[in-house]
Design a protein around this ligand. Sequence first.
Ligand code: AHG
Ligand code: MN
Ligand code: MN
Ligand code: MN
Length: 338
Amino acid sequence: MTANAKRISLTQYLVEEQRLHNTVPGELRLLIEVVARACKTISHAVGKGALGEVLGSAGIENVQGEVQKKLDVLSNEILLEANEWGGHLAAMASEEMETIHPIPNRYPMGEYLLLFDPLDGSSNIDVNVSIGTIFSVLKAPEGMVTPTEEDFLQPGAKQVAAGYAVYGPQTVLVLTTGDGVNCFTLDREMGSWVLTQRNMQIPVDTKEYAINASNARHWYPPVQRYINELQQGKTGPRGKDFNMRWIASMVADVHRILNRGGIFMYPADAREPNKPGKLRLMYEANPMSFIVEQAGGAATNGTQRILDIQPESLHQRVAVFLGSKNEVEHVTGYHRDA
Ligand code: AHG
Ligand code: MN
Ligand code: MN
Ligand code: MN
């Protein structure tokens, strides 16, 4: 973006989407702006590092069986407090909360449901590697009076908005409302989100894959065979050399793929035979799959489109293969042939 190019803020972008393209209703615009403001607050806390009260463990186990980091808890609180009073939400759900969080009676109840992973990549917090926030927006079912967990259990295809923030060398917010994917960079001096990439498109082919290779001995045959063929490089069946990246913050791996292509995988493996993988469907896989598809990519669980999965519980896990369309279709084929 050249210095004197007209800067378009997140607010202006959303107002234009609302007024010119009629894709973003007013209440949804308000919701997205509130979440974006909360991400700014989280970014500020993350940036303090050892100078703030944000590093290290909170010493409490969450519903996932993970020991929460202080920043997991703080980020969750920031998102709850920012979104309770606005009148645009009926309830919230979070990786860090066992049950849903209805809007307190003293505030007006709105028509949307917000789900979030308040701090993604927690294992990277204390070592200054990029981390982020992921969020997903659903409409509350018609006629809902008192929100329940069941109201959240809608397939990812029903999302009306999804986004993530990356707290890295730059703080960026990537957003879709179903009309393409746009990236906003935080102007720290002005405190505003500035549109820096319009209509992001993932290259349909790639030479870069992302998987935690330390789990190789636990992978099931389709993944073993697929990765083995990638590793044979130019002289192997794929006829090209592949590079590998694994940041262990989904937001950072997905952001790289949105920018230069790639395939991100977190498959089911033999470590937990009764679990389909590590990542959570409702607030990691669904929002990221919506974004990836809107950018011309693909996202499956190895056999079906992630956005078509009918959720059965709020914290259910799912296998994830997402990114460059042709590569995702290729690896999905290995599972169908299995
Ligand atoms: P979270 O920090 O929200 O629990 O998510 C971590 C996820 C995801 O961000 C990342 O891709 C993956 O876990 C990393 O898993 P490994 O540590 O097993 O590689
Ligand atoms: Mn996460
Ligand atoms: Mn998290
Ligand atoms: Mn976690």
